[in-house]
Design a protein around this ligand. Structure first.
Ligand code: SF4
Length: 293
C-alpha cells in the first residue's frame, strides 16, 4: 500500500513531466506572436506549443529526455527528512514504471542503467528546515541538452574583456548564449549565480530557476541586469532552436551571494523551453494544501 506521501509526490512527478507551468506556456505563446508568419522561428514555436498541448492531453512526457530530477524541499524543524527522501525515491521508481519518466539514469562506474532512475545522487534532493507547518516540495526536471550548455566563468576574463563588475557579468552571460547558438533547445531561461565558490555559485544559479518568469530580482541593480541581458540576447538573432528570429531567451533570473576576495564566479544554468517546474505544498499529514506554479 502506497503512503499518501508517495502518492502525492508521484502526482507531482506526473504533472511536472507532462504539463508545463502556466507562466512558461504563456511566455511561449507570447513570443510566438512576435515571430513573423511562415518564418522558421514561428514554425519551431508552433511545433513546441503543439507538443505542449499533446503532452498535457495525453499525460505523456513533454520530451523524451525527462531530465535530471531536482527536488527542492522545505520542511518544518524536526520533520523526518529520511522518511520524506524515502517516499521521493519510491515515487520516482514508480513514475519510471508508469512511463512518466524515461529510464534515464546511468551508473557512471559501470555504464549500466540504474533501475527505476535511482542511483548515487539521483534523484537530487535538497532539504532545508524552515519555521512553519508545511512541507513544500518543488521539482525541476532539467534536460541533459540544456545542462550541457550550462557554464561557469571566473572573472576577470581577458578573452571576453570581462572585469569584476556588472558589465563583466553581462559579457559572460551573453558569451554563454552565443556559444549555445540555440542548442539546449532555445528559447530557454537562464538562471545565473554571481559569487560564491564553484559549487555554491552553480547551485545558486540553478535555484534561480525556481522563480516565476514574471518576477524580478529584489535588488534593483540585479533586476536591471536581468532586463538588459534578456533584451540583448533576444537581439542576437539566434532564435528558437537556433532557427533565427526574435526569441532566444524567455527569461533571465540572477541571484548573488558573497565570495572570497580572490574569486569572482559567474555561473550560468541554462534551461530549455521544456522548463518543467512544479511544486506542491503538503501538510505534515501528507495531505495536499495547494499546487504551486
Ligand atoms: S534540452 Fe530540453 S527540450 Fe531539448 S531534448 Fe533536452 S529536455 Fe528536451
Amino acid at each position: 500500500m502506497k503512503s499518501i506521501w508517495q502518492r502525492n509526490i508521484l502526482e507531482l512527478i506526473r504533472r511536472t513531466s507532462s504539463d508545463l507551468p502556466h507562466d512558461v506556456t504563456a511566455a511561449l505563446e507570447k513570443v510566438r506572436r512576435k515571430e513573423s508568419a511562415s518564418s522558421p522561428a514561428r514554425w519551431a514555436l508552433d511545433t513546441i506549443l503543439e507538443n505542449v498541448c499533446l503532452a498535457r492531453e495525453r499525460g505523456a512526457p513533454l520530451c523524451q529526455d525527462t531530465g535530471t530530477l531536482l527536488f527542492d524541499c522545505r520542511v518544518p524543524v524536526g520533520f523526518d527528512t529520511l522518511a520524506l527522501s524515502g517516499a521521493i525515491r519510491c515515487a520516482v521508481r514508480q513514475a519510471t514504471r508508469l512511463g512518466y519518466l524515461r529510464q534515464n539514469t546511468i551508473d557512471t562506474l559501470t555504464d549500466k542503467a540504474c533501475a527505476g532512475n535511482i542511483g548515487l545522487g539521483t534523484p537530487a534532493i535538497h532539504l532545508e528546515y524552515v519555521r512553519g507547518s508545511r512541507v513544500d516540495i518543488r521539482l525541476i526536471m532539467k534536460g541533459g541538452g540544456s545542462e550541457n550548455m550550462s557554464i561557469q566563468y571566473s572573472l576577470p576574463d581577458s578573452r571576453l574583456k570581462a572585469g569584476r563588475d556588472w558589465d563583466g557579468v553581462c559579457r559572460c552571460v551573453l558569451d554563454a548564449v552565443r556559444r549555445a547558438q540555440g542548442n539546449g533547445c532555445a528559447p530557454g531561461v537562464l538562471g545565473i549565480g554571481v559569487g560564491g565558490d564553484r559549487a555554491t555559485g552553480a547551485e545558486l544559479a540553478k535555484r534561480q530557476l525556481l522563480r516565476r518568469l514574471s518576477d524580478h530580482a529584489a535588488d534593483p541593480g540585479l533586476a536591471r541586469l536581468e532586463k538588459q541581458i534578456l533584451a540583448a540576447a533576444n537581439k542576437s538573432g539566434i532564435g528558437p532552436m537556433g532557427c533565427g528570429g526574435r526569441t532566444t531567451l524567455l527569461g533571465v533570473k540572477i541571484g548573488a551571494m558573497s565570495r572570497l576576495p580572490a574569486s569572482y564566479f559567474v555561473s550560468v544554468s541554462y534551461m530549455c523551453w521544456a522548463f518543467r517546474r512544479r511544486g506542491v505544498a503538503l501538510g505534515t499529514d501528507g495531505c495536499i494544501r495547494r499546487w504551486m506554479y
